[in-house]
Design a protein around this ligand. Structure first.
Ligand code: SF4
Length: 333
């Protein structure tokens, strides 16, 4: 297996290093990894242990990322590795995020070549499943290689990274789906081990650099599902990133360390209506019964894109505008 020296770290005494990739700023002794489990100190050098180590592949609909306003209905080659720098008790992908899955080495060039030859219908590469940012060096180089081959780069992420590496990555990323896991620091600390403010800053940075951004919140019953808090979160998004940022409210099912029952459908509906007071596009994920995954024009209410049980149909989209009233919509197609 190949390893790459990590970017963004500094040596400190006794062969210890401080990793500067994410806000944890782990101090790591020789032989150990940081919180993410994949950046390891070897005798005073920090190695990116998962460089090129791919654990999971699939050709997915863009909607599955979820990205509803970025090339709707298209397919994207999706790849994941292992490791994550948050420790969400409800992690829906913990076997990759916190396990030791088998991996297969691909250089950035190999990865792009394999997308072009094996999945020519894909418009690009989505780095997803585990947390892509902890494999920062591979993500950066594979995204550059993808761009050179006219492939889009999508990153599905918890958004937990320091500003300097984020700024380096942003010009290479076409679309982000960033988790905003809740809207209080208490919730972030209790359920993820991270800091809310850094994630908020990074959502704004991504948006300000012209990246297409969608946001996802997994609703945990009794923890982050208060409609007033959802409305405050949506109001913040509208004020800082624009009313047209799509927000995906996703229904929780028991996973990893959390075994409380799934989010009630009624809670999902209440959250939907609370967010919709502030934002133009709110979608419910993992709740097909509620049928809140289609896109309608916020001005004339015309159905723009219908999504039903995995089927996506473009109904009334004229480039990036409503075909009926002409309102510009935040849809990249
Ligand atoms: S990327 Fe990993 S090692 Fe680096 S600071 Fe974050 S959790 Fe720690």
């Amino acid at each position: 297996m190949k390893y790459r020296e990590a970017a963004y770290y500094q040596p400190i005494e006794n062969e210890q290093v401080r990793c500067l990739l994410c806000p944890h700023r782990c101090v790591i002794s020789s032989g150990k990894t940081g919180i993410c489990g994949v950046r390891r100190n070897r005798a005073g050098r920090l190695l990116a242990e998962t460089y090129g180590h791919c654990a999971s592949f699939a050709v997915d609909p863009m909607e599955k990322k979820p990205l509803y306003h970025f090339h709707p209905g298209m397919l994207i080659f999706s790849v994941g590795s292992r490791g994550c720098n948050l420790s969400c008790r409800f992690c829906q992908n913990h076997s990759l995020a916190h396990g030791q899955p088998d991996t297969h080495y691909l250089s950035p060039r190999d990865l792009v070549a394999s997308v072009l030859s094996r999945a020519p219908e894909s418009i690009g590469i989505a780095f997803t499943y585990n947390e892509p940012l902890v494999s920062f060096e591979f993500l950066l180089e594979a995204s550059a290689e993808a761009a050179q081959n006219n492939l889009k780069t999508v990153v599905v992420s918890n958004g937990y990274i320091n500003n300097e590496p984020l700024q380096k990555l942003l010009p290479l990323v076409n679309a982000f789906n960033i988790d905003l896991k809740g809207y209080s620091q208490e919730y972030y600390q209790k359920f993820t081990g991270g800091k809310l403010e850094q994630v908020k800053r990074n959502i704004i940075s991504a948006k300000n650099t012209g990246c297409h951004v969608e946001v996802t919140t997994l609703l945990i019953p009794g923890e982050n599902d208060d409609p007033q808090e959802i409305e405050r979160m949506a109001a913040w998004l509208a004020a800082e990133a624009g009313r047209d940022v799509p927000l995906h409210l996703s229904r929780y099912f028991p996973a990893h360390k959390l075994d409380s029952p799934p989010t009630p459908l009624k809670t999902m509906e209440q959250a939907y209506h609370a967010a919709l007071k502030q934002l133009d596009f709110v979608y419910l994920g993992n709740a097909p019964e509620l049928d809140k995954s289609s896109t309608s024009c916020p001005r004339c209410n015309t159905l723009i894109i219908s999504r039903s049980w995995g089927k996506v149909t473009i109904e009334n989209l004229n480039e990036d505008s409503c075909a009926v009233c002409g309102k510009e919509l935040s849809i990249v197609s």
